[in-house]
Design a protein around this ligand. Structure first.
Ligand SMILES: *[C@@H]1O[C@H](CO)[C@@H](O)[C@H](O)[C@H]1NC(C)=O
Ligand SMILES: *[C@@H]1O[C@H](CO)[C@@H](O)[C@H](O)[C@H]1NC(C)=O
Ligand SMILES: *[C@@H]1O[C@H](CO)[C@@H](O)[C@H](O)[C@H]1NC(C)=O
Ligand SMILES: *[C@@H]1O[C@H](CO)[C@@H](O)[C@H](O)[C@H]1NC(C)=O
Length: 472
């Protein structure tokens, strides 16, 4: 009896430990993979599905025959290698040009398959469209945080692509302003509180607010903010450095865009707007939201953010080489000095945006943000590739040399993640903080290995890949 119970107990313990181990593993994986996804803010524009495509069932027919009405003979086939659009087949119109777009990977072997579109965060080394034929164009769409999928950021990988749409202003379709709906949203006074009212609110509120629940990302922002909080009062409502609770109706993370949340933030003088990763042109709603609300952003993120600010006195840009204590002193001074504080809001009060680059970027972009009257950037990306393919088809017909497109390393470039010097040694705080730099360094090896395997131009297994990564 006793033996059986001991055995049962043993099995029970093993099961429990395995279970705990699994839970922990999942948590780590989840943390690592925690992706600040851009929820696709627009439902992809209503599109007409070519339902006939599913009617051609006969596997024995050559693939070419299965496209309705010989579409493949007339129109270039463009295959999404990530199921991002969910479209099994659509004949898309791009101005006067038409292309057939699909997420169905079996069109890889169709002779008219001309381009493969990749979605950055999903870009996986498994099952790439190899061998890559001479006429296969590759295109990369990567608008999300640079912390997702580091290997794309190195020359051996980014230069594999012919066409790009990224947050970088240098890409073929720059998405730098993807979080900014319009210029009007910046100049609006909808949420702006008079300074006198903010000064009254200071009796119960800190001058500065921070709301962040993705803690310890590659930018190392939480370490900076924690240090800052030693010298100046900050109300922190998110999970990171939490010291104040949101009213209960705002606690659900889906309420982040709610009016009440905006009104709560608008009561403050400053918002800490710290990006999760530091790259030129990587700018999110963290910057635009305070500007919209009439609160001064204290911004840490894109080192070239000055190119994109409404005016050069609208944002306090954090210098990572300065001590947080100095920033705290400056913010305290502005808190006490109304006149000086208001110089940061002058553009807002006058509704003036002197930055011509920002104005031009918004006027020239062919896509909208939360605007159903305009195309979304996925449509525009698809059409850019389609139109370029047609341009070369036409040039060929006229006996002209075809154009070559190739991504350059500056289409997606980020420096290695860096911890703040003043806290570089303090690694014990969490394990996640120390992970970014080594993971970025490893991604260099991964990029090199991937390039090598792709150049061999035949499919490869995950094992072959890792063997190549860790060679010598
Ligand atoms: C993909 O296309 C092939 C060939 O046209 C077809 O047989 C298959 O059913 C399609 N798969 C899906 C998921 O639509
Ligand atoms: C602000 O920007 C304008 C135009 O870019 C420049 O001429 C001006 O000197 C700048 N002002 C300050 C205070 O930097
Ligand atoms: C696409 O990129 C590949 C690889 O760099 C290159 O060989 C090919 O010529 C490019 N195609 C076009 C149309 O630019
Ligand atoms: C490569 O592709 C061939 C043909 O599609 C397939 O049979 C083979 O299993 C693939 N090999 C690898 C390593 O994926």
């Amino acid at each position: 009896m006793a033996r059986i119970s001991a055995k049962k107990l043993f099995i029970f313990c093993v099961c429990i430990s395995a279970f705990i181990f699994l839970i922990i593993t999942f948590q780590v994986v989840e943390e690592l993979g925690q992706v600040e996804r851009t929820v696709h803010r627009l439902p992809l524009k209503e599109r007409e599905e070519l339902t006939q495509i599913q009617v051609f069932e006969d596997i024995n027919l050559p693939l070419k025959e299965k496209i309705p009405g010989g579409v493949g003979d007339q129109y270039p086939l463009i295959v999404w290698w990530s199921p991002i659009t969910g479209e099994s087949g659509r004949l898309g119109e791009c101005g006067n040009n038409r292309c057939f777009f699909t997420i169905n990977k079996s069109y890889y072997s169709h002779p008219s398959a001309q381009a493969f579109l990749f979605y950055g965060t999903d870009f996986s080394i498994e099952n790439l469209p190899l061998p890559r034929k001479r006429h296969h164009e590759w295109a990369l769409f990567h608008e999300e945080s640079p912390k997702n999928n580091y290997k794309l950021f190195h020359e051996p990988v980014i230069t594999l692509f012919n066409h790009t749409a990224t947050f970088s202003r240098n890409s073929h379709l720059p998405l730098t302003t993807q979080y900014l709906e319009s210029l009007h949203i910046l100049t609006t006074h909808t949420y702006l509180l008079p300074l006198a009212q903010k000064n009254v609110l200071r009796q119960t509120l800190a001058p500065i607010v921070y709301v962040q629940s993705d803690c310890d990302p590659p930018s190392d922002r939480d370490v900076y903010v924690q240090e800052l909080m030693r010298y100046v009062q900050v109300d922190s409502y998110g999970q990171c450095l939490h010291n104040k609770d949101l009213p209960s109706h705002l606690r659900d993370s889906t309420s982040m865009e709610e009016q009440d949340f905006y009104h709560l933030l608008a009561q403050y003088k400053f918002i800490l707007a710290f990006e999760n990763a530091i790259c030129d042109d990587y700018i999110t709603e963290k910057l635009w939201r305070p500007l919209k609300l009439g609160v001064v952003p204290v911004y840490y993120g894109a080192p070239n953010v000055h190119l994109w600010l409404p005016s050069n006195r609208s944002v306090i840009v954090v210098d990572p080489n300065e001590k947080p204590e100095n920033l705290a002193q400056y913010l305290k001074r502005l808190d006490k000095n109304d006149w000086e504080y208001l110089t940061y809001l002058e553009w807002k009060h006058k509704r003036e945006i002197p930055n011509q680059r920002l104005i031009a970027a918004l006027q020239e972009r062919q896509w909208g943000v939360q605007d159903i009257t305009q195309d979304n950037f996925i449509d525009v990306f698809e059409c850019m590739v389609c139109n370029r393919i047609w341009e070369n088809k036409n040039r060929k017909k006229q006996g002209l040399p075809t154009k070559i497109w190739q991504a350059d390393v500056n289409h997606l470039r980020c420096p290695a993640p860096r911890m703040f010097d003043f806290a570089a040694g303090q690694l014990s705080r969490t394990s996640l903080r120390g992970i970014w730099r080594p993971s970025f360094e490893q991604s260099r090896r991964e990029a090199r290995a991937l390039r090598l395997l792709i150049q061999r131009n035949r499919n490869f297994t995950v094992n072959e890949y890792w063997k190549e990564v860790f060679r010598d």
